[in-house]
Design a protein around this ligand. Sequence first.
Ligand SMILES: Cc1ncc(COP(=O)(O)O)c(C=O)c1O
Length: 467
Amino acid sequence: MDLGREPVVPERAVPPVDSGGGADPEAYAGELRRFRSRVGRSIEERERARRFLPNGVCSNFRVMDPHTIFLVSARGSRVLDADANEYVDYALAQSTLLAGHAHPAVLAAVSRQMGRGTMTCFPGPRTADVAAIVCERFRLEMLRFCNTGGEATQYAVRVARGATGRDKVLKFDACYHGGAPEFWLGIPEADVPPGAPEWMAHEIHSAGIPRALVSETIVAVYNDLESVRRAFREHPGAIAAVILEPIVFNLGIVYPVEGFLEGLRAICDREGAALIYDEVKMGCKLGLLGAGERFGVPADLVCMAKSIGGGFPIGLFGGRRELMQVIESADVKHVGTYAANAVALAATRATLTEVLTPAGYDRVFALNRALAEGYGEVIARLGLQAHVVTAGASGSLFLGRHPVRSVQDFKRTRLTAWMPFWVGMVNRGILPQAHGPEDIWTVSVQHTDEDIEATLRAFRDVAPLLA
Ligand SMILES: Cc1ncc(COP(=O)(O)O)c(C=O)c1O
C-alpha cells in the first residue's frame, strides 16, 4: 500500500521559461470568456444569494474567482452546477469526501439511523462502539467527538492547557487550524506576490479578532526547528502545546523535512508541552493509520474531522489517556449539543468500516498515482515550470520547479499561473482541486479510471497556457 510519496518532478533538463504567470493573454482571455458564458446561472444565483448572505455564501472559502460556482447536486465523483455543467470533482468539499459524494454504504447507514431518531443528547451504546473503532485504528487511548475540525483543534488545545497549567500555544506560520481566533495569527509578509492569498499580508488574518485573543499564540516557522527552540527559550515553562499538520495540506502539500517531527517530539518531551497533530484535513488520506504511525513519531493529542464522517459533520480530538482525563479529573469542559450526533456517528462508522477499507485504499492510491504521473508527464513534455506532490489520496500542483518546504518557497511559485489552470480545467468539466493555489486535490473511492483519463485529457489541453 502506497503511504504517500515525495514530489514527482520533471526529470529531463528543460529550457528556462518565463516565471510569474505568463499565460498567453489572448488564449487566457478566451478561457475567461468561455468560463463566464458557462456559469450564467451561477452568477445570477450569487446575486440573489447576496441579498440574504454576505458574499452570497456561508463560508468565506466559498467565494471564488473569477466567479463562484453554485452546485445543485453531487453523486460519486461528480457534481452538477446550476447551469447543468457536470464536473469531475477533486475539491471534494475541501478534501472531506474521501468516500466520494453520497456513498451508498454511508447513505444506508444514515437512513437506518434516521429511522431510530436523529439526536437525543443522551449517551447511547453506539457512541462508545464508534469511539472504540476510531481509537483502535488511529492508536488513540481516549477521544471526544465534536462536530467540526475547528472545534477539535480548539478543544485539543484546551485539554493541553488544562493538563499543563500553561496558557500559550505554538502554531506555524501560514498553517490553518479552523475558525478559533487564536489560530488566526501569522508572520505578515512584507512582499506578498500577486496571486498569493491576501491573508499573507496580515499578522491577524481576519478583522474582528482582538489582539488579546491572539496574545497567547506564538508563531514559529514550519520545517525550522530553530524557530521552535527559540520560542521555548523566550517563553520558558509557558507553552502548553505545539499544534501542526504533520504534512501541511493547506499550502499545497508540504512534507516535513527529515528530523522535523522527531525534533518537535524531543522538544515537547523536554519542555513538558503537548504535541498536537491536526489531522483534520490529512486524516485518513494516508491509509488505514494516522500520521503518528506513518512517520513513527506519535503525538500526544490528535484532531480529526472531514474524511472520517463520509460527508456528515463530525470531528474528534483524542490521544493519551492521562491528557484526555483532565476532562474528567481537572474540570476541563468539553460541551456541544450536537457532539456525537447519532446520524454523524452512523456515517462515521460506515465510512471507517465499509468504505475506507484496505481494498478501497489500494484503488484510491492507484488512481491518484495515475493522475499524478499523468500530470508529471505533461509537465515534463512541455518543460513547464511545475511539479506535483502527492500524499496518499491527495496531491498538489506547484507552478514552480523548486521543492516547496516553506511559505517562502510557496511564494516563489508562479502563483498568478494558477488561475489559468483553474479556469481552463473548469471549462473542460474538471474541478481540479479546491479553489486557490494553496489548496489541494483529493481522489475518492468513487473516482474511476475514466475520470482520471478525462482529467488528463483536459490538462493536456490546458497545460500550454501555463508555459
Ligand atoms: C488542517 C485543518 N484544521 C482544521 C480545519 C477546520 O475544520 P472545519 O472547517 O471542519 O472547522 C481545517 C479545515 O479545512 C483544516 O484544513
